[in-house]
Design a protein. Sequence first.
Length: 255
Amino acid sequence: MSQNLIQTLFSVLTPPVLDRLGPMLGESSDAAKKGVLATLPAVLGGIIGKVATPASAEALLNQLRSPDIAGLDFSQLGDVLDGGGKSAPLLGQGGKLAEQLLGDKFGPLAGALAGFAGLKAGSGTQLLALAAPMVMAGLAKAAPSAGFTPHGLMTFLGDQRAHVDKLLPPAVASVLGLSPAPTAPLAAATAAPKRSIWPWLLAAAAVGLGILAGVRSCQPATDAAPKAGAVAPTNPDLRSLRLPGGAELQVPPNG
């Protein structure tokens, strides 16, 4: 089973880290948490959409191999977000990296994230600046011991698509050109209906009745019930005599 990179990144966002994120952004803790939990999959989704060819995968690998990315360590992220000027270098570097990764989607994506989480517009930009180096560092650490090949990186990112789709808000997914996973009611409504045994049983019963009717229709005419209005002879020695009015009488042959 492929590694879930988003889940790995979420594990870094411990309660103390999230508690510091709100004050750093000048936002409420709840809004900051909602924003960052959407920003990480958004950045990874942007990377997935960008890496569509071996050439683009090779370009991303060159970024992952750079000392700026390889040396990142988010195990002490809480200390970095604790203010005192520690977060400024990270956000400055991360902002440039996010713009490189997302291109012309950087601004619209920041706006969509801010709107989704109820943040100020500038906070969406800061979240992207924080998330971009985190995602890149996570990708670098997810590589096998021999490193990613372009094909291996494309395969790994393709495996992450399902995890990303489950977490993207619709407005954010729209900016990235991705499709979010359907909500539970929609998924249930669009799922293929389960096959019921009843149509098969009813069809079998219909066929059985048809065969039975066919068998009965093939029986000799002598087995059929007499038609309405017909008078069956009660004595083979009698003969029928039709009267002018249409009635029939049974009389002896010599009567």
